[in-house]
Write a protein that binds this ligand. Structure first.
Ligand SMILES: Nc1ncnc2c1ncn2[C@@H]1O[C@H](COP(=O)(O)OP(=O)(O)OP(=O)(O)O)[C@@H](O)[C@H]1O
Length: 220
């Protein structure tokens, strides 16, 4: 089986400061992997590098067999649901934000009904009344779940998740756990939350931009 994500001796520098050094790992279909480490160790930068938000200074990044390059970055972004700490929803209301990708040619034929929107919202412990709310007036945790709902509506199978459970109440968190118990979904995440860690297959530990260890929760 070939990996979905592969980093091969990847280093990244931003304004001459090295933020990732010689990182190598692979993520296989259906795996749930979490990046751990102190604040500033480079966890979010790994996610951001995969979708081309940081230039790779050395080494190679792959999505399946495709190398991350200026030419391939759009295909990689299209295949990935990236949920950052403060997603920009890019539309005035939540309904418009959820429907935004379906305005474009690639997804025009798959525009979901309101019933389907509500079904996905309910899975994430959100209710239908959020559809008419202004995107700018919802909380950070709600924005993340709306971004996640958009990925689910698009049928994406690869999720890059940056601290998506830290601000959630127990029921919303459980709803997110349930979504990712699906063995078809592949997840590379950043989290500190112990409940999230125990649900992941592997924990990659970062320290000052270096990958310093790999463990499972069982041998923590
Ligand atoms: N765009 C940027 N410009 C300059 N420095 C950056 C940029 N992005 C990240 N860095 C630096 O890279 C290092 C790693 O940042 P990153 O956000 O990846 O860490 P993190 O482990 O995710 O931290 P946290 O847990 O606090 O979110 C930090 O020293 C940060 O200041």
């Amino acid at each position: 089986m070939s990996p979905i994500i592969r980093f091969d001796q990847v280093s990244v520098a931003v304004r001459e400061k090295v933020i990732l050094s010689n990182i190598s790992f692979a993520l296989f279909p259906g795996e749930k992997v979490v990046l751990c480490g102190k604040s500033g160790s480079g966890k979010s930068s790994v996610l951001r590098t995969f979708i081309g938000l940081h230039a790779v200074a050395a080494g190679d990044v792959y999505f399946q067999q495709m190398q991350l390059t200026a030419a391939s970055v759009h295909s990689i972004r299209n295949a990935t649901a990236y949920i950052g700490q403060e997603p920009v929803l890019g539309a005035e209301t939540v309904r418009e934000a959820l429907l935004l990708p379906f305005q474009f040619k690639a997804h025009r034929n798959q525009r979901p009904s309101d019933a389907r929107l509500i079904e996905v919202l309910n899975r994430l412990h959100l209710t239908a009344d959020i559809l008419n709310q202004k995107s700018s007036h919802i909380s950070g945790g709600e924005k993340q779940r709306i971004a996640l709902a958009r990925g689910l509506l698009l049928g994406k199978s690869l999720y890059l998740l940056d601290e998506i459970t830290s601000a959630l109440d127990a029921e919303s968190k459980q709803a997110v756990f349930d979504v990712f118990s699906d063995s078809q979904l592949t997840v590379l995440s950043v989290a500190h939350d112990k409940e999230w860690l125990v649900r992941c297959d592997r924990i990659l530990e970062l320290e000052a931009g270096r990958l310093v260890g790999e463990r499972t929760h069982g041998n923590a």
